[in-house]
Write a protein that binds this ligand. Structure first.
Ligand code: PLP
Length: 391
């Protein structure tokens, strides 16, 4: 049977994730060191795992309220108030979701009518453009540049705003570049959002993983912005809880209500065991986050130094756990470079163009891998670059 016209058009249009395709190549190759998947190499801290086990032992295996456990929403409201400096009411301004992934989908579906334009900065997380398309929106990427350390400038953003622009998606610190954004730039962007009546979906999943002195600033905390921002955050990255699939959205009540309607019919609620683990994470997880962060910091510094020394220019990213070195001067496309590096040296990194056209000429290397493996991976990459240069 020909399924082409059986599959919804906007789903058929969407490409498969470039990261997943690439990593299928790595399956069954034990010698490969992967700098690929954006996932902490740490197991979830033991006290958090134990809280999940204990919750199961107590027989807590039911649905929760659609919004999520009130105890967890209260803790999230306190945490967000302290960390992001924005106050949200636990009873109706916080929604617990199945990862930030679900929250992105809900936010887009809650806000968009067909043909609405959504602006997002590229290179960006692979799900943004497909999620916009599948929510019947029009994806409008705005390029960020190496000379700005891939941060977003209001002047570039303003050029792509049209009468159809409805939503701006932000992600700082950024996957795949590790970019952060300063207060002044964020204020200028906020002004534009107010001027053009844009809603903002701010994916702040990496916000704890900042290595500069400057604190993380959420656009939601700027004057006039809480009312037009959906702040997304979750437990996957800082707490090393990817498999628990737990995230949350904070937004004004009518927006949470709209997102909750979709969530209640599609997901019902986030898993109760994961919610129990998240309660422990927020109550007693801060020390573990700091330890993991210190380790990422050390690995980032080492990787940036080695990449620059081997002739792959690379800015020092302020956050997340990715570096984004340039490879365009070596005469290979990102994909060719990554495939040849994998074949010749058993090192897997993701071609930059998987994160949007302007990622071409770069490579994403994730340093959420043990220091021992990073050292070997850098040695192998150095040999690869040297072979390329002498061939
Ligand atoms: N947003 C960004 C920017 C990400 O990098 C990722 C995962 O890599 C996600 C969202 C998905 O997070 P979650 O595991 O909470 O669904």
């Amino acid at each position: 049977m020909d399924y082409t016209n059986k599959i919804a058009r906007q789903v058929g249009e969407v490409p498969r994730s470039g990261i997943r395709d690439f990593f299928e190549l790595v399956q069954g190759r034990p010698d490969v060191i992967s700098l690929g998947v954006g996932e902490p190499d740490f197991a979830t801290p033991w006290n958090i795992r134990e809280a999940a086990i204990y919750s199961l032992e107590k027989g807590n295996t039911s649905y929760t309220s659609n919004l999520g456990l009130l105890q967890l929403r209260k803790l999230i409201s306190e945490y967000v108030g302290g960390f992001f400096k924005v106050d949200y009411e636990a009873s109706n301004e916080v929604l617990i979701t199945v990862g930030v992934s679900e929250a992105i989908d809900l936010a887009l579906r809650a806000l968009l009518n067909p043909g609405d334009e959504v602006i997002f900065h590229e290179p960006c997380y692979v799900s943004y453009s497909p999620s916009i398309t599948m929510a019947y929106g029009d994806a409008v990427p705005v390029e960020t540049f190496k000379q700005d350390n891939f941060s977003l400038k209001a002047s570039t953003l303003e050029k792509v705003i049209t009468s159809k622009s409805r939503v701006l998606m932000l992600n700082f610190p950024t996957n795949p570049t590790g970019a952060t954004i300063g207060k002044e730039d964020l204020e200028e962007i906020a002004e534009l959002c107010i001027k053009h009546d844009l809603m903002v979906i701010s994916d702040e999943i990496y916000s704890e993983l900042r290595y500069e002195k400057a604190d993380h600033i959420s656009i939601a905390s700027l004057p006039g912005m809480k009312e037009r921002t959906i702040l997304l955050h979750g437990f996957s990255k800082a707490f090393a809880m990817t498999g628990f699939r737990l995230g949350y959205a904070c937004a004004p009540q009518p927006i949470i209500e709209a997102m909750m309607k979709i969530h209640q019919y599609s997901m019902l609620c986030a898993p109760i065991t994961s919610q129990a683990a998240a309660i422990e994470a927020l109550q007693n997880g801060a020390e573990s986050v700091e330890k993991m962060k210190a380790s990422y910091h050390q690995r980032r510094d080492y990787m940036v130094k080695r990449l620059n020394e081997m002739g792959l220019p690379c800015h020092t990213p302020g956050g997340a756990f990715y570096v984004f070195p340039e490879i365009s001067h070596l005469g290979l496309s990102s994909k060719e470079f990554a495939l040849r590096l994998l074949d010749a040296k058993d090192v897997a990194a993701v071609p930059g163009d998987a994160f949007g056209k302007c990622g071409e000429g770069f490579l994403r290397c994730c340093y959420a891998t043990s220091m021992d493996e990073i050292v070997v991976a850098m040695d192998r990459m150095e040999a690869f670059v040297s072979d390329l240069q002498s061939s």
